[in-house]
Design a binder for this molecule. Structure first.
Ligand code: PEP
Length: 251
């Protein structure tokens, strides 16, 4: 049985003051016991958030990790072993903003994915098509290729300890959301693709939907059979809204 997960990607948002406010808001939430909750603050604030959320049943993850798992000479980067030391549990890998704006290649993402797993952290692999690709009818092909990049290198077993987030690029931060059926269709295709290699892995892996999820659309999205929760951007910056999304996932 897959446990539902709701994750908040704070992206490059927050000041010392606003992060303290958000932590305080998160601490006041009453969380359902059947949902795993995680937040992904900017790395600058990870330590503060982990300390601030002690005892709150909210895990903390990083938005990025270096291509090497161990610490060393790599200016500006943070290794996954350092993230473990800080108390992180998850790392986002392959978010479309990193693929498209920062130009992270498949090879780089695979190195990060491997480094994260080698440190004992769980990668949240983000995949999804652009608007152009959807309009050209290439959605399933794109998503399948993005998954195969990982499977071809590490095997299907790589998804025994990973979460997949399907995030159509056209729905991220735009206010446009995939309809529950559109999202379900892609999630079902992902699970079928994985099942061809290993049905146990396919049944066990959590598939999150991301792209303008809010309290107002969360219930419908999360009621779909292959949607195991959400990766939430903008709406995770407001503790009350994030709390309402988590409760929707717990229903
Ligand atoms: C995201 O960046 O992962 C995301 C889903 O953002 P938003 O919810 O703001 O669309």
């Amino acid at each position: 049985m897959r446990r539902t997960m709701v994750a908040g990607n704070w992206k490059m948002h927050g000041t010392c003051a606003s992060v303290v406010e958000l932590i305080d808001g998160l601490r006041t939430l009453t969380l359902p016991g059947n949902v795993d909750v995680a937040v992904f603050p900017p790395e600058l604030f990870i330590d503060r958030v982990i300390n601030g959320l002690q005892g709150a049943s909210i895990s903390v993850g990083a938005q990025n990790a270096a291509i090497e798992s161990r610490q060393g000479a790599l200016t500006g980067e943070i290794s996954s072993s350092q993230l473990v030391d800080a108390g992180c549990k998850f790392v986002l890998v392959g978010h479309s903003e990193r693929r498209l704006i920062l130009g992270e290649s498949d090879e780089t993402l695979n190195r990060k994915f491997a480094a994260v797993q080698a440190s004992g952290l769980t990668p949240v692999l983000c995949i999804g098509e652009t608007l152009e690709q959807r309009e050209a009818g290439q959605t399933l092909e794109v998503v399948e290729r993005q998954l195969n990049v990982v499977i071809d290198e590490f095997g299907i077993e790589a998804f025994e300890n990973a979460v997949i987030a399907y995030e159509p690029v056209w729905a991220i931060g735009t206010g446009l959301t995939a309809s529950p059926q559109q999202a379900q269709d892609v999630h079902a295709a992902i699970r079928t693709q994985l099942a061809k290699k290993n049905s146990e892995v396919a049944q066990g892996v959590r598939l999150l939907y991301g792209g303008s999820v809010k309290a107002a659309n969360a219930v419908e999205l999360f009621s779909m059979p292959d949607i195991d929760g959400g990766l939430i951007g903008g709406a995770s910056l407001n503790a009350d809204e994030f709390g309402a999304i988590i409760r929707a996932a717990g229903n």
